[in-house]
Ligand binder design. Structure first.
Ligand SMILES: [Zn+2]
Ligand SMILES: [Zn+2]
Length: 79
């Protein structure tokens, strides 16, 4: 079954609808909801800012990006 991941926090949902309706604890843009990660599922996710690699979006979301240019604190996965 397909899984849909939040780009910010790595939480997975069984439908896009559910994901979009739930509150994201890590949304850096002042919004409250999760944002769909539109890339494919991978064995390694690379941060587009610093190039760090993580084995899951969840792990990536759990650490701070030293190069995030938006004043946010989190890594952001490349698609
Ligand atoms: Zn989220
Ligand atoms: Zn990063």
């Amino acid at each position: 079954m397909a899984k849909f991941y939040c780009e910010y926090c790595g939480q997975s949902y069984s439908s896009v609808h559910l994901l979009a309706q739930s509150v994201c604890p890590k949304n850096p843009n002042g919004g409250r909801n999760h944002k769909l990660y539109e890339g494919s599922e991978k064995s390694q996710y690379t941060c587009k800012y610093c190039g760090h690699q993580y084995s899951s979006l969840r792990l990536m979301a759990g650490s701070i990006c030293p190069k995030n240019p938006n004043g946010g604190k989190n890594h952001s996965p490349m698609l």
